[in-house]
Design a protein around this ligand. Sequence first.
Ligand code: GDP
Ligand code: MG
Length: 207
Amino acid sequence: MSQYPAARFLASAHNPSQFLTDEGREVAFAGRSNAGKSSAINTLVNRRQFAHTSKTPGRTQLVNFFELWDGARLVDLPGYGFARVSVSVQRHWRGLMSAYFGERRSLAGLFLIVDIRRRLTDFDWQMLDLAEGIERPVHVLLTKADKLKRGKAAAELAQVRRELDGAATVQLFSALKRQGVAEARERLQEMLGRAKSPEAAAPQKTR
Ligand SMILES: Nc1nc2c(ncn2[C@@H]2O[C@H](COP(=O)(O)OP(=O)(O)O)[C@@H](O)[C@H]2O)c(=O)[nH]1
Ligand SMILES: [Mg+2]
């Protein structure tokens, strides 16, 4: 059963004019292409293929809007950091990001998805700066933690936490092993203004 039984895809925007009405609250997910953003979203929403996962990074430059419950959205921002895309695609990405971060009042926070083996890249720092500029909290998922031994993963977490120096909260995550899911959901719910999960808030069913 889905953590968010009413979750659904709403719309894709190729241009800022196609962004959904700016009301309610939304949490945006950003990350380098192939970092594991779609997998993280699928794991958090607990649905396979909710956000598409792909092995051909950087092809689509869309902002995808999903509804988790009435008035609460999750936004899948286009990936970045890909080497082989044209200058015009990169320019389009920058335009989308500056429009989104510049105008989005309903943006409550940012989830930054980082492959634990790559640490924070320049693009990640750009996203951190965008969020800091408009005073939105950031939570970093160091994902694919299953790729490292436990001690090495813990050391990477400590290192990235030092680099962030309070600019964001950070945790280990693995979509494959479902590691860190409860912690990430808690942070997501917090940003969306609901401390408890929808099930916990719903009336209890008697069996
Ligand atoms: N081992 C491992 N692989 C992962 C994990 N998350 C994603 N992947 C793999 O990494 C690749 C990119 O994942 P995807 O979610 O499409 O990345 P996106 O481009 O950031 O949306 C896919 O082959 C996934 O199966 C994880 O937690 N552990
Ligand atoms: Mg993806």
